[in-house]
Every structure is written in structure tokens, then in C-alpha cells.
Design a binder for this molecule. Structure first.
Ligand code: 13P
Length: 249
């Protein structure tokens, strides 16, 4: 049986108190789609206010430190995210792999820290345009997974993978459905190799310029179990049609 679809918004560095009303509008509208899991990953400092504003709705973080506590100025631990009310966190987003030079082993340690604290995890992988043009997209993504998948064989639901081609993020460019299908099948095979049946049940999300206009086509692809949405998750009017497309898939 295909897993329930998950449509998660990544608000990146957007969101202040004035935006809580938009979060409430999204949470309220999500109630109309009980067959879809909907979540918003907001800036760490907004998590607690967001969870108070929309009790019962899944709010998540966008990154987590791998250590439990200690001298890590400016960082947020898994326990802190959980304490603020988060249910999940993103790890290994390409913007962090790039700007913060996060390695696969760091991403793996972050995923393990979050899972052992009880947070669900969305672990991101994806190739650059240069790598795709060299014909090395699949081998690169599988190598990222080899380096960053947690050891702990999370049985299924707590770990999701987001395939986010770097060149598709915020650009309006999207891979063909055949390219998405090929990549998601390769990721599925890797998850099954690593986790057995549990890997067959893990969700594989697609991310990168998902919008109302392309969501249904993307959700119809085999092994696409949802989406990680950036820009189009900031407004309920842009985000909810994507959730609706997941509901109809
Ligand atoms: P966009 O949907 O804005 O392309 O961003 C995708 C993304 O990076 C989600 O994590």
C-alpha cells in the first residue's frame, strides 16, 4: 500500500508574528484533507508561537544540531525543537549543505539525533545542474544517501527523504516526470536495501518549484509520496491547491 502523502512547507527564512495568521489559515484549510499529512517547517524562533496558534497541526524545524547540548553558539538541539512543540525537522537541505558546508556525515548525525529524540525527519538530497548534465545525477544522490542515511533503521514513518534537485529550487525549472520517476525508483531501491520492508514504507518527497500548476502531474509519478514546497508554501492560496492535488492523487 502506498504511504499517505505528506505535503510539507519549508518557509526558509520567512515568517514573523504577523505571519501566524497565514499559518492558521493553512492549518485550518488542511483539516479539509484528512487523507493528506500537512506540515509547515518554520524558522526555529517561530516554532513555539506557531504551535500555540495551531494546536494539533504539525509544525517543524528546518535544521537541528547533532549534539544533545553544549558550546554550539546559535544552534538548536533536537530536544529544544521538541520542547518548542515541533514534531519534525528538515535536515540536509541543499541551502545548508552549500552555505554551511554541511557534509553527508553531519547530516547523518543530525538525522540520528532528531530521530532518537522522537522527531520525524525529512532528509534532503539532490544534485546540481552540472552533475545532472554530466549524467551523474543518480550516482550522486545515491552516494549522498549512503553517507547521510541514519544507521538506526527507523521502521518507516519517522524518516522521509526529499529529492530536491538544486537546479529546480526557486527557479521555476522542474525535472521531467520521467526523470523524477527514475530518481525516486533509485532512492526507493536504496531505502529497501538499507532498511528492508521499512524502506518500502518510507515516504519519498519531491521538492523544487512545486506549484498548483504542476503538483498533480508530479504526485501521479510512482514513488512520489508527497512534496517539500518552498515559495508556494508561504500563502494558503498557493499552498492549499498543492495539498488538494495530493488528496486527489
Ligand atoms: P521552492 O519550492 O521555492 O523551489 O523551494 C523548494 C525547497 O527548497 C523546499 O525545501
Amino acid at each position: 500500500m502506498a504511504p499517505r502523502k505528506l505535503v510539507a512547507g519549508n518557509w526558509k527564512m520567512h515568517g514573523v508574528s504577523a505571519d501566524l495568521a497565514e499559518i492558521a489559515a493553512i492549518a485550518d484549510a488542511a483539516g479539509q484533507y484528512p487523507r493528506v499529512d500537512v506540515a509547515l517547517c518554520v524558522p526555529a524562533i517561530l516554532i513555539e508561537r506557531a504551535t500555540r496558534a495551531v494546536p494539533g497541526f504539525a509544525i517543524g524545524g528546518q535544521d537541528v544540531h547533532h549534539a544533545e547540548k553544549g558550546a554550539h553558539t546559535g544552534c538548536t538541539s533536537a530536544e529544544m525543537l521538541l520542547d518548542a512543540g515541533a514534531r519534525l525537522t528538515i535536515v540536509g537541505h541543499s541551502e545548508r549543505r552549500d552555505a554551511q558546508r554541511e557534509s553527508d556525515s553531519e547530516v547523518k548525525a543530525k538525522a540520528e539525533a532528531a530521530l532518537s529524540c522522537g522527531l520525524d525527519v525529512i532528509l534532503c538530497v539532490g544534485e546540481t545542474l552540472e552533475v545532472r548534465e554530466q549524467g551523474a545525477a543518480i550516482s550522486t544522490v545515491l552516494a549522498q544517501l549512503d553517507g547521510s542515511l541514519p544507521e538506526r533503521s527507523a521502521s518507516d514513518a519517522p524518516l522521509a527523504i526529499a529529492y530536491e534537485p538544486v537546479w529546480a529550487i526557486g527557479t521555476g525549472k522542474v525535472p521531467t516526470t520521467a526523470e523524477i520517476a527514475e530518481m525516486h525508483a533509485a532512492i526507493r531501491a536504496k531505502l529497501v536495501e538499507r532498511y528492508g520492508d521499512g524502506g518500502g514504507a518510507m515516504r519519498i518527497l519531491y521538492g523544487g518549484s512545486v506549484k498548483a500548476s504542476n503538483a498533480a502531474e508530479i504526485f501521479a509519478v510512482d514513488d512520489v509520496d508527497g512534496a517539500l514546497v518552498g515559495g508556494a508554501s508561504l500563502k494558503a492560496s498557493d499552498f492549499m491547491p498543492i495539498v488538494e492535488a495530493a488528496d486527489g492523487a
